[in-house]
Ligand binder design. Structure first.
Ligand SMILES: Nc1ncnc2c1ncn2[C@@H]1O[C@H](COP(=O)(O)OP(=O)(O)OP(=O)(O)O)[C@@H](O)[C@H]1O
Length: 419
């Protein structure tokens, strides 16, 4: 087992100045403090560059030590690349006159999940599954870029007044494959990262964390939302375990490896309230072996979306209705992100299979408040021409509701979920 080292121990704030309402930090005027983490303090503030208040995340010490600098730079580089509505967005970053690092973010209204839900009672399944779905969609964009969050827990899942969720605090995230934008060398050695409660068996065993590790942590959160129980302790309510093991990180960690998953349908209340397919998906997300889980947030999100569309009657994703050249009809769920129409089986919509393995068009959808953009990929195909309402697709076009996309003799229409 890897040695346990809390992440707070890599960081010792030196001479931290704490700001109150009306204080100035460089060009920012502090409105109020929003929260404190081990690494930074977050303030609501005004800036001459923005009309509305922003969130200012300010490192608690100067960027003197390497671990703090690496952590700050990682978080900025990751967040700058992410655009989907289920992650917090950053506007800017820099170094203050006192050499402290800061990041200017959108100011989120609402509260973290732990402040919104007390985990004493099971939550309505539609709300619980929608939150888990949105967290998976938020993480998926990072997963596609080779980035794992590594610290998924209710405190890092932010619930806005609209009840939509955003993933925050990518401070412990890192690359997991060679194509990552962050680089694998941004390492903190072999110490355990994150929170033991939402940690993963592979972390305890010292094997690398992958996107499937974030899926496991979301699986725990979802299980707890649905049942008010922790998946590894059958006899106690979730909050009793949380309290009992507050200072027992090693017991938490060994439970992830040694304690079997308590099936959700062991609880009569869950058997009665929850669709069987949902129970199976939660069990899938919580497999001890990462290779047996959904491999990315996107894979988990698609499964959760299909239960929301089907058994729970609460559509969240796009639905592409397809009619092929023989008149046969089918449909595909489309979660926010990038998708392709083409001739190979990794495409969201596969049109014909002439052995060419080509993408013909790509669709980018930011999610519930947006319309998707479709654009052609590469030179036009000799027979599989992409058309919108009968006109050739020559550049990026917004897919307004009702637009008919045709590729050769396949026709399709994208239906958006209700807002
Ligand atoms: N964009 C935001 N809008 C509003 N509040 C925020 C925002 N970002 C962070 N906060 C608040 O500030 C707190 C600390 O932020 P954050 O978790 O990012 O800091 P951290 O030092 O990286 O924490 P940790 O020790 O958990 O890694 C959060 O729990 C939240 O309450």
């Amino acid at each position: 087992m890897a040695a346990f080292a809390s992440t707070d121990r890599i960081f010792e704030p030196a001479m931290e100045s704490v700001f109150g309402p009306g204080d100035r930090y460089d060009e920012f005027v502090i409105l109020r403090e929003l929260g404190t983490g081990s690494f930074a303090r977050v303030y609501a503030a005004m800036s001459p560059d923005y009309e509305d208040p922003i969130a200012l995340k300010l490192s608690r010490s100067v960027l003197g030590d390497e671990a703090t600098a690496l952590r700050a730079l990682r978080e900025v580089r990751i967040l700058e690349t992410l655009t989907n509505p289920h992650v917090v967005h950053i506007h800017d970053h820099g170094m203050g006159r006192d050499d402290r690092w800061y990041m200017v973010m959108e100011l989120l209204r609402g509260a973290d999940m732990l402040a919104v839900h007390d985990f004493h009672e099971p939550m309505d399944p539609v709300r619980a599954v929608r939150w888990a779905y949105e967290a998976c969609v938020g993480l998926d964009e990072g997963h596609r870029l080779g980035i794992v969050h590594r610290d998924i827990k209710p405190e890092n899942l932010w619930i806005q007044p609209s009840d939509h969720l955003k993933v925050i605090d990518f401070g412990l995230a890192r690359g997991w494959d060679a194509s990552s934008t962050m680089g694998i060398s941004a390492t903190m050695g072999h110490m355990l990262v994150g929170t033991p409660h939402y940690s993963q068996p592979e972390q305890v065993k010292g094997t690398p964390l992958t996107p499937a590790s974030d899926v496991y942590s979301i699986g725990i959160v979802l299980y707890e939302l649905l049942s008010a129980r922790m998946p590894l302790f059958p006899k106690e309510p979730c909050n009793a375990v949380r309290e009992r093991l507050l200072d027992e990180p090693l017991e938490w960690l060994s439970a992830h490896v040694k304690k079997p998953l308590v099936p959700l349908d062991k609880y009569r209340d869950c058997r009665k309230r929850l669709p069987y397919r949902l129970i199976q998906i939660v069990h899938w997300m919580l497999q001890k072996d990462p290779a047996k889980r959904p491999q990315t947030g996107g894979a988990a999100a698609r499964s959760l979306a299909s239960v929301l569309h089907g058994e729970l009657d609460a559509p969240v994703a796009g639905l592409v209705q397809v009619q092929d050249r023989d008149g046969a009809r089918s449909s595909s769920l489309m979660i926010p992100g990038q998708h392709t129409i083409g001739t190979h089986d990794r495409c969201l919509i596969q049109v014909g299979s002439d052995g060419s393995n080509r993408d013909l068009a790509k669709i980018n959808w930011l999610g519930y408040t947006h319309e998707a953009i479709i654009e052609p990929v590469g030179a036009p195909h000799p027979t599989l021409r992409v058309e919108l309402n009968g006109h050739p697709l020559e550049g990026p076009v917004r897919l307004v509701p009702g637009t008919v996309i045709s590729v050769g003799s396949t026709r399709m229409v994208l239906e958006y979920p209700p807002r």
